[in-house]
Write a new protein. Structure first.
Length: 562
């Protein structure tokens, strides 16, 4: 277990309180659903029988209330109400989209769990003014079907919101690809294919997701791809999609070395696009002389990383190459090489003993295949070994294996551990500028981790193509709310852990206080529990006030007005 101080929950001074409230107003934190909350009771008086007072309908309130507030901050209520006009349905599809997204944010689960268990434990239906009995699994699935068609319009809406709320710019776009796997055969989904699994589940079919985020990690858009599509084949599609949607502005694209393919960078150059990209590891061979040269290196990031321009440049485009080497990365790769080398040697020693103990001849092709599989499983250290399998008439098995360490490969591995090459067509930047732009890719990696670890985008249980795409869209929407909350709490001095905040607010409940009067009638007040000290400080830092009462809808007996 690790403990981390997210924020010091001390009292804010008056100036700090004003800044927090101003931020909340800018984010739209004061937007409430009309008629949802009653004003505080000031001078209402009633004579009550104390032995009949009771508490009913306890519900989780704080986390879903915060989720609903984020939904309105992003003006997603206005967007869906405008794009999904009301028809003959009992519950508006805009409300179903809100339920699906807030549930994914607060407690990721299946549609069946939402309908049968989660909703009845929260006050979300009370706040949305819908009857929870009307929410079932089929209605949630139909809600998925309705929102899918709005993907393109939704991404354009979010771009406007990021600009207005957090002054986000789009001069730098970061792109990466991940995969999510299926439970089941998914035979009805042509995009469900087997491919390179980032989840280490090669036994399962999967789909790939390409995500584009801004410099600060704000999600701008995504594209789903079949599970067997190579990363490099997704780049053109995503670049052209973003340009068609937002214009061909002077942007800088950043992606990692797994995206490279022949003809991709010339295509980027022909379109006048700028880029900072990592090159495949094989590219290091072209810069061997520069790597051996100890002069010209500059330190960045507290002396943990060294960078230098390579004297070699692309002869056709004139692109520049930046060599980078990281001490932390070097130690990690050295340990990995040592671990895989030990695995290979241990397996070879075991194979050698088996050949020595064999009582009958063994086919050489079988042993060669076994060695090939061994090297395939341990590719990071495979080049360090020279392995020979030769005929041995003096052995019952008829075979003998020998191996040695390649000194040349060992020296090259020692030279290149922790090193990587960046390529760019931006010629007026310093080494540090290029490197700092590249490391922004951690924003995309962080977004993928949140999708998988916090929003449970995997495994996918839907079997149809449209439902899978709708599931991804809802997870994307939940990440939008997550990122918005992260920005909000960070600017309020509360760290950057939305899950901690949601869990803390999840302990704030709502309930119906039933008060029997001396006249034989009953008063029913739907109240929100007063927050504890730590929760009150969190609310104060965020610049919002927790409501005290919710309005009870018509049809629920509440007694006469006093």
């Amino acid at each position: 277990m690790r403990q981390e101080t997210v924020a010091e929950l001390g009292a804010l001074n008056r100036a700090g309180q004003e800044r927090a409230r101003a931020l909340a107003r800018k984010l739209g934190g004061d937007r409430e659903q009309p008629g949802l909350f009653d004003p505080p009771i000031e001078h209402e008086v009633a004579e009550v029988r104390l032995n009949g007072v009771r508490l009913e309908r306890m519900r989780r309130f704080g986390d879903v209330w915060l989720g609903m507030k984020l939904w309105r901050m992003a003006k997603l209520d206005e967007f869906f109400e405008g794009c999904l006009p009301k028809g003959k349905e009992d519950i508006p599809w805009a409300v179903m989209a809100e339920i699906l997204t807030i549930a994914r944010l607060c407690e990721p689960s299946s549609e069946l769990h939402i309908a049968e268990d989660w909703l009845r434990k929260t006050a979300l239906c009370d706040m949305l003014g819908v009857e929870e009995e009307r929410i079932n699994e089929d209605r949630l699935y139909r809600g998925l079907d309705e929102v899918l068609s709005l993907k393109e319009a939704l991404e354009s809406h979010l771009r406007t919101q990021w600009e207005g709320l957090f002054d986000v710019t789009y001069d730098l776009l970061l792109y990466d690809v991940t995969s999510v796997y299926f439970e089941g055969q998914a035979n009805g989904n042509p995009e469900a294919q087997r491919g390179h699994s980032r989840d280490h589940r090669p036994d399962c079919k999967q789909v790939c997701i390409g995500l584009v985020v801004t410099r600060g990690g704000h999600p701008l858009g995504y594209e789903p791809f079949a599970g067997n599509v190579h990363d490099s084949k997704t780049v053109r599609t995503v670049v052209e999609t973003m340009e068609a949607r937002y214009g061909k502005a002077d942007r800088i694209w950043v992606w990692d070395r797994g995206m490279q393919s022949e003809g991709l960078l010339p295509w980027m150059q022909q379109g006048g696009r700028r880029y900072v990209v990592a090159m495949p590891r094989s590219e290091l061979k072209k810069h061997e002389a520069a790597l051996k040269d100890s002069q010209g290196w500059k330190t960045v990031q507290n002396r943990e990383v060294e960078v230098r321009w390579s004297l070699t440049s692309d002869p056709e485009s004139g692109d520049l190459y930046l060599l980078c080497r990281s001490e932390d990365r070097r130690a990690k790769e050295e340990a990995m090489h040592a671990r895989f080398a030990r695995r290979i040697e241990t397996a070879l020693e075991s194979l050698e003993r088996r050949l020595q103990k064999a009582q009958k001849p063994i086919e050489i092709k079988g042993v060669q295949r076994q060695i090939g599989r061994l090297l395939q499983r341990n590719q990071r250290a495979a080049k360090l070994f020279e392995i020979h399998c030769d005929a041995a008439p003096d052995q019952p098995s008829g075979l003998r294996i020998t191996w040695t360490r390649s000194e040349q490969e060992q020296a090259w591995a020692g030279l290149t551990e922790g090193c990587y090459v960046l390529r760019t067509n931006i010629r007026d930047w310093t080494e540090q500028d290029v490197w700092q732009v590249y490391i922004q890719l951690t924003q995309v990696e962080g977004a993928f981790r949140i999708h998988k670890d916090q929003l449970d985008i995997r495994p996918v249980f839907h079997q149809k193509k449209e439902r899978v795409r709708a599931h991804i869209l809802v997870c994307f929407l939940a990440y939008v709310l997550w990122k918005m909350l992260e920005e909000w709490q960070s600017r309020a001095g509360l760290g950057n852990s939305p899950r901690t905040l949601l869990e803390e607010f999840g302990h704030i409940s709502s309930g119906d206080v039933v008060l029997p009067t001396l006249t034989g009638e009953q008063l029913r007040l739907r109240c929100i529990v007063r927050p504890e000290k730590a929760q009150a400080i969190l609310l104060q830092r965020l610049g919002v006030d927790l409501p005290r009462r919710m309005r009870i809808p018509a049809g629920v007996p509440i007694g006469p007005k006093m």
